[in-house]
Design a protein around this ligand. Structure first.
Ligand SMILES: Cc1ncc(COP(=O)(O)O)c(C=O)c1O
Length: 412
């Protein structure tokens, strides 16, 4: 093996890692069929049509929920789920501090106040204890994201929610088919919000989403929340009953989603297998990193793998280590700061913005700091490695080689 690091001009250990290849002829055929029908009939494919109806039925059934509605994005899935709960204006919604901005901003868009909760120690997922610490008399709901493919501790979170009589929305954008004791995330809380944009395990195209739930009442609220308050399932003569935006999925996206849903189990299984192969091929013997172990019954679906950098045995920083891995050809993110919305300008400037500055809001969240020491530690310790379903033995060997090479160079 060329010992000279690629970052210092040596040969790359992983020069040819493949892209995901999660799109194929099947998706193209599904779209072509809609075009063929449109050309033959003169009617363009719309929304709330047969493809979406079928997609929603299939998606709900697949996830183990009774109902689903398609949306046009994960951010809007979270918006729809929260809107469906009809939360009191200016009430507080507790949200895990690690999430996409699109997993926190919809709280404010719904005229509620996001209150960031810390992560549980050693993970990017918020914990039950950390959520409970943020509950006040103004709290109206809990929003929990399952980060990176790892399920949050839903049994404990649901117990806290039940104790305080609060509804829970699960944000499953990053964790399609993550499970706890065989139960898919998204089916523990009142609503499960999914992003189905192109980077997720399965997608409906460039953008897309879905919201699942289990009661008919929640389902109709969700449909109205996703489509300008249209009077779905309301008495004849009713008209649009709430102000809401249009978050509709269209027929093209639904058609692609139906094909992708058939691939989802395979995508997740191949990712899990690749991670197991990586461990067996040498990743778990490295001194420079530790791979977090999942508790019994917890099923990670690996949107990415979070790896702990063991700084005490290395001569380099985590950032230098990651830069060297990147140069070798791996896909790594040294610091997951893009998923800390409460450290971004929109949140820093909240005191002067709606809804925090509205005189009807009587709480302190506009000026109060919500420290997140566990999260700060996790961001400091952890880096992210992307592992795709397209990785086989050859790719696994290259990834391990890159780690071994970089570790050998920087080990104390
Ligand atoms: C946890 C989480 N929530 C919400 C979103 C927003 O989804 P979208 O980009 O589909 O709007 C994302 C996107 O990555 C996410 O990771």
């Amino acid at each position: 093996m060329d010992k000279k690091l690629a970052i210092n001009g040596g040969e790359k250990a992983a020069p040819v890692l493949p892209n995901r290849f999660h799109f194929g002829k099947e998706e193209k055929d599904a779209i072509n069929k809609l075009f063929d029908d449109a050309i033959a009939t003169g009617n363009a494919p719309g929304y709330n049509g047969p493809e979406e109806e079928a997609f929603c039925k299939e998606f709900a059934e697949f996830m183990g929920a009774k109902y689903a509605d398609g949306t046009n994005g994960g951010t809007n899935s979270v918006y729809v789920a929260l809107k469906s709960l009809n939360l009191p204006p200016f009430s507080e919604v507790i949200v895990g501090c690690v999430t996409d901005p699109g997993g926190m901003m919809p709280i404010a868009i719904n005229n509620c106040i996001p209150v960031p909760a810390d992560t549980a120690p050693g993970t990017f997922n918020t914990g039950a204890k950390e959520i409970e610490a943020r509950i006040t008399e103004r709290t109206s709901a809990i929003l929990v994201a399952h980060i990176g493919g790892e399920p949050a501790d839903m049994p404990a979170i649901m117990a806290v929610a039940a104790k305080h009589n609060l509804p829970v929305v699960e944000d499953c954008a990053q964790s399609h088919m993550a499970k706890i004791n065989g139960k898919n995330v998204g089916t523990f809380g009142r609503y499960g919000a999914f992003s189905l944009m192109f980077g997720k395990h399965m997608c409906t195209g460039g953008q897309g989403g879905a919201v699942i739930c289990n009661t008919e009442e929640d389902y109709w609220n969700e449909r109205r929340a996703a489509d300008r308050g249209k009077p779905f399932n309301l008495p004849a003569g009713s008209t649009n009953n709430i102000p809401a935006i249009s978050c509709n999925m269209d027929e093209f996206h639904a058609a692609v989603g139906r094909v992708q849903l058939k691939k989802l189990s395979g995508i997740v299984a191949r990712r899990k297998k690749a991670v197991e192969m990586l461990k067996a091929a040498g990743l778990k013997d490295l001194k420079s990193i530790s791979i977090p172990e999942m508790k019994k019954g917890v099923d990670h679906c690996y949107w990415w793998v979070g790896l702990k950098f063991n700084a005490d045995v290395m001569k380099c920083t985590k950032e230098e280590f990651c830069a060297a891995l990147t140069a070798e050809g791996l896909l790594v993110v040294p610091n997951y700061t893009g998923a800390l919305p409460a450290k971004m300008d929109w949140y820093k400037n909240r005191a002067s913005q709606h809804p925090w500055n509205n005189p009807l809001y009587k709480g302190e969240a506009g000026k109060k700091d919500y420290p997140t020491p566990n999260c700060d530690q996790a961001i400091k310790d952890t880096f992210i490695l992307f592992v795709y379903e397209s990785f086989g033995e050859k790719e696994v060997a290259m990834v391990v080689k890159a780690f071994q090479k970089v570790e050998a160079h920087y080990a104390k």
